[in-house]
Design a protein around this ligand. Structure first.
Ligand SMILES: Cc1ncc(COP(=O)(O)O)c(C=O)c1O
Length: 421
């Protein structure tokens, strides 16, 4: 059956979207915007007096653009892997080629592919010999798997507050949270923000602490002149299904320290590579790595445009990572301002989803983790607020054209205004 005639379920948001007209075809550059706009114009010709949440017609009736894009380069990669049989090999040319491409992008560091970004963080800590009795500093607002990776290796997470302007750990608080047991810092670039890597690197060097730099949400981003991940003793990437580089699953670890990579290799080789990524995954990632910089630029431009248009009414604030470099947008922060204090987050999310906009809540954070499982040397008010207030827009719409971004900004304003009454 033609997939375009089926209702579409988005695992990221839990939303169900109307079938697309069968004439819609996807490729790497054109997306749903034209069709969404045409449909919307027709629907709105009858004048929309209510937002979709209150019974009006949705502005994006087909929902958000699907991800991954149906890309000819990916189709060719899959066909080539089928034709040469490499799809069924343990290890082959795609794997090697991907390692070389990723290394070329990341200061020629040594790379190892692995099963997921979550496993990559754990392997990074193992490679750095972090274990029982050690402490690892991690932001109190971060991906849950990072807390888990620290406890899995037997170490204790030490929570640190975030900078609201970047959602990453606040480097100026490091001196307050470290102890003589601190062995590593895990720092993530989140939601289009960039961590203050020069400050974190400087502190770590001064105190003999290792840094794991998590660029799972920001592959290809530039931080103070270097690729995200390269400031860390170990950098990690994710190729999970919704990510900017997608292979359904997958991850990578990279480092300039040969002995760290050697330890990761030895740990991973448990009769066979216990955390391996497949040849087929590597094959579909290769064209995406080539497209990464160009797509990151397009997403950043759209994010900037959206922030500028949306800022005028001051309903929600966003992040601007540009002061620290060139951000990559896996998520785009929409954080309600005081003007929206009468509206709860769940209602806002439901109302935006009703318009066909793919949004969800941010991370829960680790504030409620028991003090038996982690150390909390300071108050964590900014992480707590971020966990309560953050709404995240999913990235695929950021590859749309300018009129669609303007329509998105307009719809965000309209929904906020309607709910705040
Ligand atoms: C900051 C961060 N680190 C790590 C991961 C884990 O990646 P994976 O889904 O490949 O395990 C994610 C996934 O969303 C993430 O956002």
């Amino acid at each position: 059956m033609d997939s375009s005639s089926q209702w579409r379920f988005s695992a990221t948001s839990g939303m169900l979207f109307a079938p697309r007209p069968s004439k819609l075809r996807w490729n790497s550059t054109s997306t749903s915007s034209t069709d969404n706009r045409a449909l919307r114009d027709r629907l709105l010709a009858s004048k929309r007096s209510q937002i979709a949440f209150q019974g009006g017609v949705p502005v994006f009736p087909h929902g958000p653009p699907p991800w991954p894009l149906q890309d000819d380069a990916i189709r060719r990669a899959l066909q080539a892997a089928l034709d040469d049989g490499s799809w069924a090999q343990y290890r082959g040319r795609h794997d090697e080629h991907l390692v070389r491409s990723l290394a070329a992008l990341h200061e020629n560091r040594e790379f190892r592919l692995c099963a997921t970004g979550t496993v990559a963080v754990e392997l990074a800590l193992r490679g750095l010999l972090v274990g029982s009795g050690d402490e690892v500093v991690v932001a109190a607002y971060d991906f849950a798997g990072n807390f888990r990776a620290i406890t899995t290796v037997g170490a204790t997470p030490v929570l640190i507050d975030i900078e609201p302007s970047s959602y990453s750990l606040d480097a100026s608080l490091l001196a307050e949270v470290v102890s003589e047991k601190t062995r590593a810092i895990v720092v993530s670039h989140l939601h289009g923000g960039l961590a203050d890597m020069p400050a974190i690197r400087g502190f770590a060097d001064e105190h003999g602490i290792a840094v794991v730099e998590d660029a799972c949400q920001a592959p290809g981003a530039m931080v103070a002149g270097r690729r995200a991940g390269c400031w860390g003793d170990v950098g990690v990437l994710s190729f999970g299904g919704s990510k900017l580089l997608s292979a359904g699953r997958g991850g990578a670890i990279h480092s300039a320290h040969a002995e760290v990579m050697q330890r990761i290799r030895i740990y991973s080789e448990q009769g066979n590579d216990a955390y391996a990524m497949s040849e087929l995954q590597a094959a579909v990632l290769l064209p995406q790595v080539e497209q990464l910089d160009e797509r990151n630029r397009r997403r950043a431009k759209a994010a900037q445009r959206l922030a500028t248009l949306f800022k005028k009414e001051d309903w929600m604030s966003t992040l601007d990572g540009r002061a620290r470099g060139e951000p990559a947008y896996y998520k785009f922060v929409l954080r309600p301002t005081a003007k929206l204090s009468s509206v709860d987050r769940e209602t806002l999310i439901a109302a935006l989803r009703a318009e066909g906009i793919e949004v969800g809540p941010g991370f829960r954070g680790f504030l409620n983790r028991s003090s038996r499982r982690c150390r909390k040397p300071t108050e964590l008010p900014r992480a707590e607020l971020a966990a309560q207030e953050t709404i995240l827009l999913h990235h695929p719409i950021l590859l749309e054209d300018e009129p669609t971004i303007a329509l998105l900004a307009e719809t965000l304003d309209e929904v906020c205004a309607a709910l705040s009454i």
